[in-house]
Write a protein that binds this ligand. Structure first.
Ligand SMILES: C[S@@+](CC[C@H](N)C(=O)[O-])C[C@H]1O[C@@H](n2cnc3c(N)ncnc32)[C@H](O)[C@@H]1O
Length: 199
């Protein structure tokens, strides 16, 4: 994706800032004027035991750890400490170029983020996330995959979901959807309509 000056990027779920720092470095090297928001409650995710066991979370120093870790690229990051769905209300529809979804991973969490943030993505923009095949700790379901497919592959609105491995950890496979301004979607709708009419 080639970003323009004035582009708005949002990361949902920053934890201790690893992905935030990677993005910060990319933005610094791009010499492009990008507003990059990192959204997190810094309270961890209720349904993820790996979070509960984390010393920074237990001691209430998670936000501090995040700030420390992103220090070298701090000038390129605008942290928003709140619920991801609440943060969405700060942005106008079509005002965001790129949203990376990595906050809560339950089916409901991911669905809430898609519902809140997809309208914020501008035509030509991108929404993506990781943990495509991660299994929910409670019900063993692949909640991210289920939520993303349900949201983007509806009969009334169909978007192609691209998958990117890009990691040695298969569960972390990344998904990506481009908002095409209607062309592909309308074409698919039209094709579906034609097929339905021909049945
Ligand atoms: C998997 S971690 C993010 C990891 C980070 N993107 C990385 O790759 O280093 C998920 C983060 O989402 C946050 N989180 C979970 N649910 C949230 C919500 N509804 N709103 C905001 N943050 C949330 C948690 O506090 C946690 O820090």
């Amino acid at each position: 994706m080639h970003a323009r000056d004035g582009a708005v990027f949002v990361e949902l779920g920053a934890w201790k800032g690893r992905s935030t720092a990677f993005m910060g470095v990319e933005i610094a090297n791009s010499a492009t004027d990008i507003e990059f928001y990192a959204v997190d409650t810094w309270l961890g995710s209720a349904a993820e035991s790996v979070h509960d066991a984390d010393p920074d979370l237990q001691e209430g120093t998670l936000h501090q750890a995040f700030l420390q870790n992103i220090e070298p690229v701090r000038a390129y990051v605008r942290p928003l400490r709140e619920l991801s769905t609440q943060a969405a209300t700060r942005f106008g529809d079509g005002g965001v170029d790129f949203v990376f979804v990595d906050a809560g991973h339950t089916y409901q969490d991911v669905t809430n983020d898609l519902v809140a943030w997809w309208p914020k993505v501008r035509p030509g923009g991108v929404m993506a996330g990781d943990d495509w095949t991660l299994r929910d700790q409670k019900d063993g379901q692949r909640s991210v995959r289920r939520a993303v497919r349900r949201y983007f592959n509806r009969p009334d609105c169909f978007y192609a979901i691209e998958l990117w491995k890009g990691t040695t950890h298969p569960e972390w496979t990344q998904w990506l959807v481009r908002k095409d301004g209607g062309t592909t979607t309308n074409l698919v709708r039209k094709m579906r309509g034609t097929i339905a009419a021909a049945r």
